[in-house]
Design a protein around this ligand. Structure first.
Ligand code: GDP
Ligand code: MG
Ligand code: ZN
Length: 291
């Protein structure tokens, strides 16, 4: 039996990448009985049928994680890419992507791209998010800055690249591996094209045991999977951390008395924008219509 990882599923076939080849495989019926459908990212065992030389997936290893959108198993980390300029960094959007990655329990790396356009801003944002408790790297896909750091972070991981369209995700991936040859371009030309191209989920191998997802992570920014707005507290790292000092466990760090978050805010330990985005995202979750 051969071990590998499913990198793509098309037309009832699963493409299983092994150390040295890709095996086009079918799933055995036994998974259907268990209500288990193989997913991209699944680590599987394959048996080659001597009759038709195709592979049969005979075993799926227990999943470490499972993303819904895109549907991929065993993702270990999210690389959240945001551009400093063109388009201008939108920290509210960044915080929303962070919220989703925290909800999924992924390791997170923030990648501040297009630093060639404004290094001072990049440093300023880096400080904000380092202080919030995140790993941050400053990159420029154009000038090749930070690419080695990014590569190192990808080793021994299955990574999903998330972030707004035009931030430079595909450009960064192309820098990491020329062979990927992913389509890049400005936002306007892509949205036109985007309507006509069907997206499929595919894992790209960049090194032994290093895979990246080429379709955009968290493609829907709908937060309705969060059932209770109070959960948002635990998805903002620094608010979760300092919030433990609040007088009341139920404190939402909004208008309650003796809220520790307020004093950290005044001291500048918690950044004002992060706090505002926390309140606004909590509000967004609260106002989602649930049927
Ligand atoms: N100046 C500059 N432009 C970049 C950089 N990275 C990407 N771009 C440009 O930004 C546009 C969008 O990049 P793309 O990789 O398609 O973004 P994606 O939508 O996140 O995959 C393209 O025109 C790229 O050439 C960078 O580091 N600096
Ligand atoms: Mg892209
Ligand atoms: Zn509080």
């Amino acid at each position: 039996m051969i071990e590998g990882i499913i990198t793509k599923g098309v037309g009832g076939f699963y493409y299983v990448r092994t150390l040295d080849s890709t095996i086009k495989s079918r799933a055995r019926g036994v998974f259907r009985e268990d209500n288990l459908t193989p997913l991209v990212g699944d680590r599987v065992k394959v048996r080659i049928s001597p009759e038709d030389n195709t592979g049969y997936i005979v075993e799926i290893a227990p999943r470490k994680s499972q993303l819904l959108r895109p549907p991929v198993a065993n993702i270990t980390q999210a690389i959240i890419v945001i551009s400093i300029k063109k388009p201008e960094a939108n920290l509210w959007l960044l915080d929303k992507f962070l919220l989703m990655a925290e909800y999924e329990g992924l390791d997170i790396l923030i990648c501040l791209n297009k630093s060639d356009l404004d290094m001072d801003k990049a440093e300023e944002y880096k400080d904000i998010y380092i202080k919030a408790g995140y790993d941050v790297i400053i990159t420029s896909a154009k000038e090749g800055l930070g690419i080695d750091d990014l590569k190192n972070r990808l080793l021994n991981n299955i990574s999903v690249f998330a972030g707004p369209s035009g931030a430079g995700k595909s450009s960064l991936l192309n820098k990491i591996n020329l062979g990927f040859n992913l389509e890049t371009g400005d936002v306007s030309t892509k949205t036109k094209r985007g309507k006509h191209t069907t997206r499929h989920v595919e894992l790209l191998k960049f090194y032994d045991n290093a895979y990246v997802l080429d379709s955009p992570g968290f493609s829907s920014l709908d937060l309705s999977f969060i059932e209770d707005e109070r959960e948002v507290r635990s998805y903002f790292r620094e608010i979760h951390k300092y919030g433990e000092e609040c007088k009341f466990l139920t404190c939402l760090h909004d208008k309650e008395p003796n809220c520790a978050i307020k004093s950290y805010l005044e001291d500048g330990i918690i950044h004002k924008t992060r706090y505002e985005n926390y309140l606004s995202l909590m509000n967004e979750v609260k106002n989602i219509r649930r049927y």
